[in-house]
Design a protein. Structure first.
Length: 370
């Protein structure tokens, strides 16, 4: 192979991408279907085990391609059954992936960027700054690794029924990698998730919402957190560029294009900031005309924050007002906060390079040598 040659990682290719790859080496498109099933149904990452491929093709693939998921650096388990994995990225960085088991489903929360550039004031990820976008294989690989471990019954035989892009990063600022990953998650030859079980959460990147509605069919969640521009800009600085009125116009376009039953709006409850009855009433005026669901999220603290979680009675009062106004409202149960895996806590300790850089590099070197 020529100097600098880099193998193609098939982990991040959807069916269309694999068909192009195989066409490029003179193979028929049906090879893409075979390899998708080997990778994502059987969790095979060794071409030699793909026995319905010819011996010559397997040898060729070993030379030019690989199936490489991100390396799991650590696994932490909460007393409530939540599991958080730290998965290696490049250059000594890492992202976090969280599995939340419930009686009738298992939700996997995955990351799309190393850090985040949006600087939302109530989110631990924002305090880490932004490093880079994840590649598609790193996004798909989070689900692949978690599903493999669950299949091996290391975690009691539980399985992933829902995937949410609500971890580190803003997915709609990385759509070039996110869209192929979504395609893999939806494909019956891979994970086969229904559109309603695959959710992309955004702080309100309007061009991304418009692009998403024309692409892979998924559910949409909006991180709203305030019912008026002045307050939302304080909490979500992106609001300066994409204010609430423009954001809701984009939501209506998404609903019309997708013929969706509703959009989910996420609202973090912060004591004395956005949790008063007047905020609830303003929220009703925004959401009641739109097919929507409101998810109230008790604020989860992280090191260095000055915010506090709204009291339980305050959250209950807020919920009663929005429900009385005709808005379908739920309160998210806090899960995994004892391992910093709750909503808004991800990355609180991930990118501390002064303490973790050497360990990451050592484990990456070990993986490369194995």
């Amino acid at each position: 192979m020529p100097a600098g040659f880099q193998k193609t990682n098939l982990m991040g290719l959807d069916q269309a991408g694999l068909e192009l790859f195989f066409a490029g080496i003179g193979e028929k498109p049906f090879r893409a279907r075979q390899v998708l099933k080997w990778i994502h149904h059987r969790f095979v990452d060794d071409f030699e085990q793909m026995t319905d491929l010819s011996r010559d093709l397997r040898a060729r693939l070993k030379e030019i391609a690989e199936v490489r998921p991100p390396l799991i650096l650590s696994e932490n388990r909460s007393v409530d059954g939540t599991v958080k994995w730290l998965m290696a990225s490049t250059e000594g960085n890492a992202v976090e992936t969280v599995f939340i088991p419930e009686p009738n489903r298992g939700t996997l929360c995955i990351s799309s960027q190393v850090g985040c550039m949006l600087n939302c004031t109530f989110c631990a990820t924002a305090t880490q700054g932004f490093n880079r976008n994840l590649d598609s294989w790193e996004i798909v690989g989070q689900v692949w690794q978690a599903a493999r471990l669950l299949r091996e019954e290391r975690l009691g035989g539980r399985r992933i029924t829902n995937v949410v892009l609500m971890g580190m990063g803003e997915p709609l600022l990385n759509l070039d990698a996110v869209e192929p990953a979504l395609s893999v998650f939806r494909n019956e030859l891979a994970f086969g998730l229904a559109a309603k079980r695959l959710t992309v959460s955004t702080a309100g990147v309007i061009p991304g919402i418009d692009r998403l509605r024309e692409g892979v069919d998924v559910a949409l969640a909006i991180s709203l957190h305030a019912p008026e521009d002045e307050l939302r800009t304080r909490l979500v600085p992106l609001n300066r560029k994409y204010p609430i009125a423009d954001l809701f116009d984009a939501c209506w376009r998404f609903l019309k294009e997708r013929k969706r039953s509703s959009i989910t709006f996420e609202y973090t409850m912060i004591d004395g900031v956005n949790d008063q009855p007047e905020h609830a009433r303003k929220l009703v005026r925004l959401l009641a005309p739109m097919p929507s669901k409101l998810n109230l999220i008790p604020f989860n603290p992280f090191p260095g924050t000055t915010f506090r979680q709204s009291p339980a009675d305050c959250i209950e009062r807020f919920k009663e007002i929005t429900r009385a106004g005709g808005v379908l409202t739920t309160v998210r149960k806090t899960r995994g906060d004892d391992i910093d895996a709750a909503c808004g806590q991800l990355a609180g300790k991930v990118l501390d390079r002064t303490r973790r850089q050497a360990g990451f590099q050592q484990q990456l070197a070990q993986r490369a040598a194995s």
